[in-house]
Design a binder for this molecule. Structure first.
Ligand code: G3I
Length: 353
């Protein structure tokens, strides 16, 4: 039988949880948000600590490269599903959900795809690819990044799309064809438009948020299924977060009945002072600000980092520091030790943030 003191303590905890949820109600605790990571196949195969970390920390697994055209389609007639099948099997064996990345991208294409020359060829190859890949994982990959990075880096009015082989041969309809084909092939899959540079307090990010909404609105107006926007969230430590802009973006997504997912979260810390402990604190604070801005307005379907450990990250090679120190973009350090960022992510995973 709980004592009065225990009952009061319990009530206080509920009130605190309710306040944290911003719901105003003393009972509604924040909804836990599944956490996950991208998995790179060569590292997965060679490093047991990598596999152990994926098993220990993740609810969601995303094959980092093995569902891209470059990995699947070395030559035009043949599909190589070996890497994707291995990671999908690992996720299923460990009861993790799966995100598929990505059915259409202007990069990571095999040479033969870059040499397509006609609209008919591009449409035939795109539809065939999506039908075969989505059908293979139907009911197993729950969410697809149907298109990745189709928005121009600095979109201008009337010119929102990146210059890719798909845009050149099919025009804006390349997006429609991809979503329509994925929806027809797996009507139960959640279909996402995935892109980057939505987060910073600059006009370019606001313009990209608007273009993303416009694309999704156009799909919906044409009756083509789209379920959400994926924010890659490669956060630059020196650039800050547009809290108001992100909260408006979340409200705009709600108005279009769209979900949000955080799909490739990491922190690009190349401009930060050298002290590792300080860099980790700054990175954790930036992630906390970003997730606080998004999650206080709308709960993402998942929060996914682009890797788990600083030992393996695209950031180190792509954004080299002047002092040549290893980048520290992810929740675990290069020896798989938790950093302050992990506590921030675990808070959302447990539903205490
Ligand atoms: O697996 C082969 C290996 O067998 C070969 O020896 C080696 C050298 O040619 O290449 C290896 O494949 C590389 C692959 O990463 C695995 O390491 C590809 O060349 C390389 O292009 C590929 O880079 C990936 C990049 O996307 C392009 O696909 C990065 O790992 C991956 O982190 C990066 O992820 C992207 C997201 O998909 C989209 N958002 C941005 C993000 C970062 O660029």
């Amino acid at each position: 039988m709980p004592t009065r003191r225990m009952a009061l303590r319990g009530a206080a905890a509920l009130v605190a949880a309710g306040a944290a949820a911003g719901s105003g109600s003393a009972t509604a605790a924040p909804q836990p948000i599944p956490f996950g990571s991208a998995a790179e196949i060569d590292t997965f195969r060679k490093d047991p600590r990598y596999r152990e970390a994926l098993t220990r920390y993740c609810d969601v697994i995303v094959p980092m490269n093995d569902l891209k055209w470059e990995a699947l389609r070395h030559d035009q007639p043949r599909f190589d599903f070996s890497g994707a099948d291995e990671l999908v099997a690992f996720a299923e064996a460990n009861r993790k959900s799966l995100r598929g990345h990505t059915l259409l991208w202007g990069e990571a294409l095999p040479p033969w795809a870059k040499q397509m020359t006609t609209r008919a060829e591009a449409e035939r190859e795109l539809v065939n690819h999506i039908e075969i890949v989505v059908d293979r994982y139907k009911g197993r990959i729950a969410t697809w990044d149907v298109v990745n990075e189709v928005i121009k880096n600095d979109p201008q009015p009337g010119e929102p799309y990146r210059d890719t082989i798909w845009q050149r041969l099919l025009g804006p309809e390349h997006v429609d064809i991809a979503f329509r084909t994925a929806a027809r092939t797996d009507p139960k899959a959640r279909l996402v438009l995935n892109d980057f540079h939505f987060e910073e307090p600059v006009p370019g990010a606001a313009a990209r948020r608007k273009v993303a909404l416009d694309i999704c609105r156009r799909l919906k107006d044409k009756g083509i299924p789209v379920h959400g926007i994926g924010m890659q969230a490669h956060l630059y430590a020196e650039k800050g977060i547009d809290v108001d802009g992100l909260q408006r973006f979340m409200r705009d997504l709600d108005a279009l009945d769209l979900d949000v997912e955080i799909t490739e979260l990491d922190v690009i810390d190349w401009k930060l002072p050298p002290d590792p402990g300080q860099r980790d604190k700054t990175a954790a604070a930036l992630v906390s600000t970003f997730l606080g801005a998004v999650c206080s307005a709308k709960r993402p379907k998942a929060i996914v980092t682009w890797g788990l450990t600083d030992r393996y990250s695209w950031v180190h090679e792509t954004f080299p520091r002047k002092d040549s120190a290893r980048a520290r973009p992810l929740p675990l350090d290069a020896d798989y030790r938790p950093k302050p960022m992990l506590a921030v992510l675990e808070g959302y995973r447990r539903g205490t943030a």
